[in-house]
Design a protein around this ligand. Structure first.
Ligand code: DP6
Length: 349
């Protein structure tokens, strides 16, 4: 390489039906359990990575979401933890390619960051894919998912494959080397297998106070964590089955139980975390009432207060209307099931 090498990738956020919660190995981002998610077709990060021999250090420019009606905000130069995490991931890819150049990273989100809408999943999947492409590395989907997982934002590995994805962990006892080589995400079904929608009821568009990275390490301090892990094999099997058979009732019941179990672990960790606010509870109660009255929708909540409401695509417009009218809901973001991450441009001289 003698001239700047650049590539652009787009990656989706994903919503976990079965949550990744708790890390067994922080350096390699290894979870305790497998997790299952759906890629979101309207919550996307677009990232351009340019490796340039003239750069003295890595640079990160972020164009953050400025509200549903706002034109895209001007890019802002990022420093601190965000730049460190990006630079660490670029370092892994540089080592893999045997290249020493620094890079300029420009990243644009079309949805709020850090509010429990998996912005870091979209960000690290797009960063990894663009970085790999700019370096001219040829990795298959398994390797792309593995390297994305190692970024520290584990759930990002599920944004690589298409549609409905499972981040697997090997059978048997934990072994760092085996798990590091074999823990990655695969597609369970393409997006058009099942026309589901995820309507995100945004009850707080601000930055969440606690990053997941720290809280993953607290999960095992909860007395309920072993109980959660014991439930997971059945929940994972039920979720795979629900996706294969397009069974919304089974998916919904399993998914709600898993979200509540994850948050129970959070609330009973030492120190505890309470992600839900009053708007979160308003949405949970409304969804449960609507369901009894025949609108089949189910809630799930990541590490934030916003509620993801899953329904059949044909109920999406009605659900968007109802959720937007609830007190405490600032706005809604409707999504269908989406593609995985993809490279959209490579420019190498
Ligand atoms: C609750 O460490 O992957 O969303 O905090 O966005 O970096 P970031 O995510 P990560 O933890 C995700 C936890 C979760 C559940 C999930 O997506 O599986």
């Amino acid at each position: 390489m003698t001239h700047p090498h650049s590539a652009t990738a787009i990656a989706p956020a994903n919503i976990a039906f079965i949550k990744y919660w708790g890390m067994q190995d922080v350096a390699r981002t290894l979870p305790y359990n497998g997790s299952i998610s759906m890629n979101l077709d309207a919550c996307l990060t677009t990232t351009t990575v340019t490796f340039d021999p003239d750069l003295a250090e890595d640079e990160l420019m972020l164009r953050l979401y400025a509200g549903p009606a706002a034109a895209s905000a001007p890019p802002q130069r990022a420093a601190g933890r965000a730049l460190e995490r990006v630079s660490a991931q670029l370092g892994r890819l540089r080592a893999l390619a045997g290249v020493g150049w620094h890079a300029r990273v420009e990243s644009t989100n079309n949805f709020p960051s850090d509010a429990g809408i998996a912005s870091s999943a979209a960000a690290f999947a797009a960063l990894t894919l663009a970085g790999v492409a700019a370096l001219g590395l040829e990795l298959d989907e398994r390797e792309l998912s593995l390297w994305t997982r190692r970024s520290g934002s584990g759930s990002a590995c599920r944004s690589i494959p298409n549609g409905y994805a499972e981040w697997r962990v090997p059978d048997g006892p934990f072994d760092t080397a085996i798990w590091d080589a074999e823990s990655y995400a695969v597609s369970l079904a393409p997006p058009d297998h099942w026309a589901l929608a995820d309507v995100v009821a945004v009850v707080d568009a601000g930055v969440k106070k606690i990053g997941s990275a720290e809280n993953h390490q607290l999960a095992a301090t909860s007395a309920y964590f072993p109980a959660r892990l014991a439930e997971l094999p059945n929940r994972l099997a039920a979720t795979r089955d629900a996706i294969a058979r397009r069974d919304l009732e089974l998916l919904g019941a399993t998914m709600e139980a898993d979200a509540v179990s994850m948050h129970a672990v959070c609330m009973t960790s030492r120190p505890p975390s309470f992600y839900w606010n009053s708007g979160t509870m308003t949405v949970i109660h409304a969804v449960r009432e609507w369901r009894v009255a025949g609108l089949y929708s189910y809630f799930t909540i990541d590490a934030g207060s916003n509620v993801h409401v899953i329904c059949a695509a044909f109920d999406r417009a009605e659900l968007e209307r109802r959720l937007a009218a609830l007190p405490g809901v600032q706005f809604v973001l409707g999504n269908g099931a989406g593609m995985g991450a993809r490279v959209v441009e490579i420019s190498s001289p």
